[in-house]
Design a binder for this molecule. Sequence first.
Ligand code: PLP
Length: 354
Amino acid sequence: MKTPYIKIDISKIQHNARTIVNQCKEYGVSVTGVTKGTLGMPEVAQAMIRGGVEWIGESRLDNIEGLRKSNIHVPILLMRSPHMSEIERVVSVADYSLNSEYEVIRALSEASLKKGTIHKIIIMVDLGDLREGVWPDELIPLVKEIISMRGIQIVGLGTNLTDLNGTIPTYENNKQLVDLVEEVEDKFMIKLQYLSGGNSSSFKLLSSGKLPDRINHFRIGEGILLGRETVGRELWHGTYQDAFTLCAEIIEKKSKPSLPVGEIGQDAFGNTPTIEDRGIMTRAILNMGRQDTNIDGLIPSQSKIKVIGATSDHTLVDMTQIPDKNIGDIVSFDLNYAALLTSMTSPFVRKVIL
Ligand SMILES: *Cc1c(COP(=O)(O)O)cnc(C)c1O
């Protein structure tokens, strides 16, 4: 089989989705399955849907179009704020989007009026992670300006924690979202259906039983794909961590010193390496590199193998403790989210669905 390739165990993704959907359901939370870590792969979306997610979440319009072409008909939530240059496309392909800018929301409203539809939006509030969202004291003024727009409907409020700066979801920041929803409902005499409290970082808060009552929606990617929560990367109870396996092939295997010979300057990526002397070692070169994955996110399936480093097209591994692997043999890796994202995006990595 042509290498490198990423093996995708669809049944494990379905199992993970089912496990997480059921856990969330106990606390009255519905789940949007987020496919952006897999380049919006339709088979992954279908596995999530079989596992019980109600919507699919995606960050890229191209990926959403691919999902629609593959006959995925559940509601789709655009996760990244819509961009002005493609507003018409947003209202054509996405049922819902996350929003925080007046100009964008006005353009969405005009585009859906032209199409004769109503686009549903969730307004994002920044509760401290400093990625997207309106600051809490700007929420009421924003709603006041957009409430009468006829092409959009505000269906909820959401917040995104942990993603950029690692802000941990707590009862307090989630309760703040509930309070804001109630303020909007009282002031504008509307009912907001969705309180979208979080992503895979909300697992611990959920399982501690301290999630405020009205929070009823999560957007979950990494938890379903890799079976981890994202505050401390702990295992998400009852899920698989190895639904994805990246496989590459040994193209050189030699006994060489661990220390380079000669004076040391910068490597190909501008870093000055510091290297420990471990004597003579068995070094193997694999036929993948930084064009194919995020090297720091590789976890060798056999723990006796260690990743030494990588260039654009080569990954070096220490095989001293695995003498029986030879030229042409496969070395495989579990992945963290960054490695998953880059491997799924690289055109050089074949996607093999099990
Ligand atoms: C990517 C993304 C998510 C999913 O995050 P995970 O940590 O993978 O669960 C949720 N919400 C938004 C806004 C996102 O962009």
